[in-house]
Design a binder for this molecule. Structure first.
Ligand code: ATP
Ligand code: MG
Length: 455
């Protein structure tokens, strides 16, 4: 197994001072699966003060729970003292944690068998709960009695579904039954912790496992809108799925495109990827509220884009997302049904100016995913219109056409210095008028021609 040098050094140092030390949890699981671990956690019999005395640079990350971050070069490793969790009071926190000299006790408190293994080069894999067998069979199973383990910390239920998605595993029957029985205890868990798990699930290859959150009753307590979406059928030629199923397929198409780097702007950073999957999940979130059925029995969803913008903002705020993510998701939801039928360059400049040039490739990606997750009715036409819009966008980018006041070759300062304007709202109005002219005819965007055109 290939442990990073820094983790090896920490383990060797601890062991040479008479302590036990192992890598533990997610990194052991990922190593056995040949996946790249997110982080390398170390568990040790040494007390936090002892850990701190052995390494030059340490940070008290969670010292009351026994966790110290040890910095090796510029990489940090969380080193946590073996511990047992005391009695859980409120479905989320142990009342107290106790350090223990016993590795087994430390592994027993962990959530799933596949997350409860430890490893070092000398001892090999320590696997007391058949984690390797569950890894091989693709099973998510609690360590010990699932009812007890979920009762201690309700977040584990959502974590179980998250791992089922990330690893494309099946949840063991008893574990799944316990989620169904205890789903309502999720209300005790903070929005931040829920957001972390939901996000990891949605950007994973098995994002559609979100369906399990609906089936077990869990989603009712963190995303009741999903239940409404799954319960809303769409009887019209464009669709072949319920709103909820359609939306999960959109998320899957987005993930596939990001993974294959098959996106209009190439490699997408993690934050934008997160915003995109939430836009994919929520673009039709208002459809249940906007649904009408005409005399022929065909369903319509007028106004779902505008109401969807509002609802997705509220949902993401509830989940404590940052403002940049909320703003991008709202913009994508609001505009997901924008069409480029009669759009010429001048129309595309206005759209790009209104939404922000950088956001257009994300909108195109969402729209492509949206189309592919619909019925095949008029699919080729829809994709052709989208391609035409993307070509127009490429042209205006290539030509570096101005689409915002900031890109004009004159500024408010020029209006004051050369045209006798006084500072005030008239300047903004005039710059906007000039921008309108430039968006119709980009050749006007020179300082000379714009000064001539100033009123
Ligand atoms: P990731 O790949 O997302 O980092 P992970 O399994 O490493 O997944 P972490 O949240 O980093 O998950 O936690 C590290 C380890 O700590 C887990 O593998 C598990 O052993 C234990 N753990 C984390 N959260 C809990 C929890 N709520 N209840 C019990 N054990 C937990
Ligand atoms: Mg981890």
């Amino acid at each position: 197994m290939n442990i990073p040098e820094g983790a090896k050094h920490i383990i060797d140092t601890l062991v040479s001072h008479g302590f036990e030390a192992y890598i533990v949890g997610g990194c052991v699981r990922d190593m056995l699966l040949d996946r790249e671990p997110e982080d390398w956690d170390i568990t040790t019999s040494a007390k936090p003060e002892e850990v701190k005395s052995l390494f030059r640079r340490t940070i008290d990350t969670g010292i009351e729970h026994g966790t110290v971050t040890v910095m090796i070069k510029d990489e940090g490793f969380e080193v946590t003292t073996y511990r047992m969790d005391g009695v859980y009071e409120d479905h989320r926190h142990p009342k107290e944690v106790t350090f223990t000299p016993n590795l087994e006790e430390d592994l027993k408190r962990r959530d799933f068998t596949i997350n409860a293994m430890a490893y070092n080069d000398k001892a090999g894999v320590i696997d007391l709960f058949d984690g390797r067998k569950d890894l091989k069979n693709g099973i998510i199973r609690c360590v010990g009695d699932p009812m007890e383990r979920f009762d201690e910390d309700a977040l584990r239920m959502l974590r179980g579904i998250r791992f089922a998605g990330q690893l494309q595993f099946t949840i063991d029957d008893d574990t799944l039954a316990a989620i169904e029985r205890l789903s309502d205890t999720l209300v005790n868990v903070s929005a931040e912790r829920i957001r972390v798990e939901l996000t990891k699930l949605l950007i994973s290859d098995g994002a559609d496992r979100l369906r399990l959150a609906y089936e077990t009753g869990l989603s009712k307590y963190f995303l009741p809108e999903l239940d409404d979406m799954i319960n809303t059928q769409q009887n019209n030629p464009h669709h072949c799925y319920s709103v909820g199923e359609h939306s999960m397929h959109v998320v899957e198409y987005i993930n596939a495109a990001v993974k294959e780097k098959n996106t209009p702007n190439g490699i997408i950073d993690k934050r934008s990827h997160v915003a995109l999957v939430f836009a994919g999940l929520l673009h039709d979130v208002a459809k249940p509220k906007c649904k009408t059925t005409d005399e022929k029995g065909v369903d319509h969803f007028h106004g779902h884009d505008a109401l969807g913008e509002k609802m997705s903002g509220e949902i993401l705020r509830r989940l404590r997302f940052d403002n940049d993510t909320i703003s991008l998701v709202k913009c994508l939801v609001r505009n997901h049904d924008l069409r480029y039928h009669d759009c010429k360059n001048r129309g595309m400049r206005r759209i790009a100016g209104r939404l922000g040039k950088d956001r257009m490739p994300f909108l195109f990606l969402l729209q492509r995913a949206d189309t592919l997750a619909q019925s095949e009715y008029k699919r080729q036409e829809k994709l052709a219109v989208l391609d035409a819009g993307m070509s127009l966008y490429d042209e205006i980018c290539e030509a570096n056409d101005a689409v915002t006041v900031a890109e004009l070759k004159i500024s408010g300062r020029d209006l004051i210095d050369e045209k006798g304007y006084e500072s005030g709202p008239a300047i903004g109005a005039e710059l906007n008028r000039l921008l309108e002219m430039v968006m119709d005819d980009p050749s006007l965007n020179t300082k000379e021609r714009l000064l001539d055109a100033v009123r």
